[in-house]
Design a protein around this ligand. Structure first.
Ligand SMILES: C[S@@+](CC[C@H](N)C(=O)[O-])C[C@H]1O[C@@H](n2cnc3c(N)ncnc32)[C@H](O)[C@@H]1O
Length: 540
């Protein structure tokens, strides 16, 4: 992707970055150092001594952040809408302006350290300049969680079409700079967007999202060591945290926005600079990379769509002891990432038709407790939450609202099974079956199958629900790219990729894990239908 932004500039320099951080009063703990990534592109933070829980890793003055508020770009980059996605587009424009200013930018020491290539988020894969790897990777996303996440981003107004429309509208107003008198191509904006969307933090009501120099060096792990904190109850007009002229005083003669803060904190706020702070939450041994978490329950599809990487998509061969150690560590991390999300998900209107979807959602909302604390009968092995263990067919609903999922143990969420059960009771005009008793029968039948004990045939509504469940899983597999390939075939395809086919490797990793999960779930429902289904039914 040609941006024309760094022509004639030396490569990223850590000393130049450190000097900029010093000049802008970014305080860093003595005990960490910025280091290059092993891949040669990008940076990471490494502990040079043991870091203890509670230590402050850095304090970044808000004046050192790059946001649409600190950007010298006129109001243009400040969106009329205040959604995070729109602020991100404005911030991408602000960053592009700084990049066009180059060495004349106040932020140069920081922005020269950023990756010089666009982060390969799939939103940008359709761009012509993204290359043949991107074109070959795109079909692999079909039917995956990554494709669903991409659609979500489009609904949020940060799809490629939105990026183009935003840049087209902004372009005539983007000021020329000494180094860039001519407008920059769309690819330059796309590059800036890829950086902002993968490294900006939500800061406060004034800055909204901002680039936080130094804090954004930390890479992601589900087992993170750190947390980021910033007081967000600033004045939304001027951004000041201490009291200001815009404040409305509350009953205690304090600005209403500071009323919830203790007197000692108010004292601190009035006298100390407002900063974004990063703390150690889990001790870091000397020599280890200091990791951050980009959010809770982030599965690999979301990591790809939002941050442009998939852990473990290029497993390295183990050929030296050092590499073996490093890889073992990576594998542990990869396993955590893989199990971090919600497995495979559906929208409720893909599970049942629209009117039933509404009815089911009303039931869920009417009595969510009943769904969460579902009472299985005493004969079923249950966990503390009242749900059967990993060997059962049904699992607890995700704690994220509106998520209908198949978990990593191949179990179907009670939310999906319940919605299908509702549909089948209606279709068959069954007024006797209840979800509770049918799940108990289902799990009992499944246990009998596992123990090779004679299994009674499932009652009609339960049987129909089980068939619908099987069909839902089978349809999901059929909707993927090259659905007939086995997991082994997919592994072989990934192994045979050219060394520079990173995007295909990432997409295939997602496909491999989802296909493996869907096939193992399908096998369970096939077994159930084979042993407890209607013996005369040759559908299965
Ligand atoms: C906030 S930046 C982190 C700093 C980044 N290493 C750099 O030098 O620009 C986020 C980006 O870093 C990369 N990244 C973060 N965590 C990673 C990980 N665990 N493995 C590989 N790349 C990662 C991804 O490209 C992601 O979009």
């Amino acid at each position: 992707m040609y941006t024309g932004l760094f022509v004639g500039q030396p490569p990223p320099s850590i000393p130049v970055l450190n000097a900029w951080l010093d000049d802008h009063n970014v305080q860093r703990v003595d005990g960490v150092e910025i280091a290059p990534m092993a891949s040669g592109s990008g940076l990471r933070l490494v502990a040079t001594r043991d870091l203890d829980v509670g230590e402050t890793i850095c304090k970044i003055p808000k004046s050192a952040l790059l946001s649409t508020r600190t950007s010298p770009l006129p109001m243009l980059s400040r969106p009329s809408s205040t959604t995070t996605s729109h602020t991100i587009l404005g911030l991408a424009l602000a960053l592009l302006h700084e990049l066009r200013l180059g060495v004349d930018s106040d932020f140069w020491g920081y922005i020269q350290s950023l990756p010089r290539e666009a982060v390969p988020i799939p939103t940008l894969w359709p761009l012509e300049d993204a290359g043949s790897d991107a074109q070959l990777a795109i079909p692999w996303l079909r039917g995956t969680e990554a494709e669903r996440d991409l659609r979500r981003r489009e609904r949020e107004g940060v799809g490629l079409v939105h990026l183009r429309a935003f840049y087209d509208a902004a372009l005539p107003h983007l000021p020329p700079t000494r180094l860039h008198a001519e407008p920059s191509p769309f690819d330059a904006f796309a590059y800036a967007f890829s950086l902002v969307s993968t490294r900006a933090f939500v800061v406060d009501l004034y800055h909204m999202v901002a680039l936080c120099p130094f804090a954004d060096i930390l890479n992601h792990s589900a087992n993170s060591h750190t947390s980021l904190a910033s007081d967000d109850f600033v004045c939304h007009k001027c951004g000041q945290l201490s009291s200001c002229d815009h404040d409305v005083l509350g009953p205690n003669d304090l600005p209403a926005r500071l009323e919830h803060v203790s007197p000692a904190e108010v004292e601190r706020i009035e006298h100390e600079p407002d900063t974004v702070d990063m703390y150690v939450e889990w001790g870091v041994p000397a020599g280890r990379e200091v990791m951050n978490s980009y959010g809770e329950k982030i599965g690999e599809a979301r990591l790809l769509v939002e941050w442009g990487f998939v852990p473990g998509s290029r497993p390295a061969p183990l050929d030296s002891e050092d590499e073996e150690d490093a890889d073992n560590q990576d594998l542990e991390d990869d396993a955590d990432e893989h199990f971090a999300g919600d497995g495979v998900t559906w929208d409720i209107d893909e599970v049942v038709d629209e009117s039933l979807a509404l009815e089911w959602i009303e039931r869920e909302e009417g009595d969510p407790e009943a769904l969460l604390l579902f009472p299985l009968d005493a004969s079923t092995p249950t966990t503390a939450e009242g749900f059967a263990d990993d060997s059962a067919l049904i699992c607890a609903p995700s704690d994220r609202e509106g998520v209908y999922h198949l978990n990593y143990a191949g179990q179907v969420s009670l939310r999906i099974f319940g919605a299908l059960h509702l549909a089948e009771t209606k279709r068959l005009g069954d007024t006797n079956s209840t979800l509770v008793s049918d799940i108990n029968h289902l799990e009992a039948a499944w246990e009998h199958i596992q123990n090779s004990v004679d299994v009674p045939t499932l009652a009609p509504t339960l049987l129909a629900t089980a068939k619908a469940m099987r069909a839902l899983i089978a349809d999901r597999l059929d909707g993927m790219n090259r659905p007939k390939l086995s997991v082994g075939d997919l592994y072989d395809l990934r192994e045979d990729l050219a060394p520079d086919a990173d995007l295909q490797a990432m997409a295939l990793t997602i496909v491999i894990n989802e296909v493996a999960l869907l096939r193992s779930a399908l096998e369970r429902w096939d077994d159930l239908l084979q042993f407890a289904g209607d013996k005369d039914d040759d559908d299965e």
